[in-house]
Design a protein around this ligand. Structure first.
Ligand SMILES: Nc1ncnc2c1ncn2[C@@H]1O[C@H](COP(=O)(O)OP(=O)(O)O)[C@@H](O)[C@H]1O
Ligand SMILES: [Mg+2]
Length: 255
């Protein structure tokens, strides 16, 4: 049972695509929270191609007068035919200010979500934006920094990775998830310059990515395509990274 947050250091490496891809392949029920302060629900506009109406989401959570854990269960919308439910993001960046106060109390109730048998995946958008959901990153068992492997992406990644390393307690546990590995740099090369572990790597697979990012028709046997296979491997790696860390913590309390 875990809370996993996805974020990026620069550009648009594929945070939303990867968060949804992981959620849809997750082996247990999972709650996907769209916490990108940029605003606009990427899921409703992208994966659902604007065909699904906005019903409730973060802004209703921010304004709720009832218990936050109950409100969370009410605003979460199921993705039919899957064991994923999602909390839609703000409808525009102008609402970011209103949800800013939500992050800290929401971070606290995420452990209650875990108790209901759901894991949580947070799409935190890009780091450093006004209204960034930092308390959710801090509450996560694992925060994954997504980056492409081009030089501009890697230089931004390196400076954030250093900040994460300086403040390990605040960020619990952080790792890197590479998108489009090998274009041009490999995971090994990235690991050599960024002082955070590379937890997983996803290949460049635009056809499969388009299914998650804009609701494109899935290619034939999408589950055997490179992205789906790499997402499945990424899930295993995320779980073992979190399990190792929990073991270390347990041993630390025993010794
Ligand atoms: N593994 C991938 N292979 C190829 N294209 C990808 C991959 N992941 C994401 N993309 C594409 O990158 C673009 C940006 O993705 P998105 O998830 O919206 O990024 P972000 O949330 O970081 O802004 C989209 O067009 C998406 O289809
Ligand atoms: Mg996004």
């Amino acid at each position: 049972m875990a809370v996993v947050a996805l974020t990026s250091a620069s550009g648009s490496p594929g945070v939303t695509t990867t968060a949804l891809g992981l959620a849809l392949l997750w082996p247990r029920p999972v709650l996907l929270i769209e916490a990108d302060p940029t605003g606009g629900s990427n899921l409703l506009a992208g994966y659902f191609r604007g065909l699904r109406e906005y019903q409730a989401g973060l802004i209703e959570l921010a304004l709720t007068a009832i218990d936050l854990a109950d409100a969370l269960a009410e605003v979460a919308q199921p993705i039919e035919g899957t064991s994923v439910s999602f909390v839609a993001g703000t409808r525009s960046h102008t609402q970011a200010r209103a949800v800013r106060e939500l992050w800290a109390p929401l971070a606290e109730v995420l452990s209650e979500v875990e108790a209901t048998g759901q894991d949580v995946i947070v799409d935190a958008g890009r780091l450093g934006l006004a209204g960034s959901p930092e308390p959710l990153l801090e509450a996560a068992d694992l925060t994954l920094l997504l980056a492409r492997t081009t030089l501009p992406h890697l230089s931004a990644l390196r400076s954030w990775a250093e900040a994460f390393q300086r403040d390990p307690l605040d960020w619990h546990q952080a790792g890197v998830l590479l998108v489009g590995e090998g274009q041009p740099y490999s995971a090994r090369e990235v690991a050599g310059v960024v002082k955070l572990p590379v937890v997983a790597s996803l290949p460049e697979d635009p056809e499969s990515a388009a299914v998650f990012s804009r609701g494109a028709q899935p290619p034939k046997r999408v589950e055997t395509r490179p992205l789906a296979r790499a997402l499945t491997a990424a899930i295993a790696s995320i779980h073992s990274t979190i399990a190792e860390r929990r073991n270390d913590l347990l041993e630390g309390t025993r010794s």
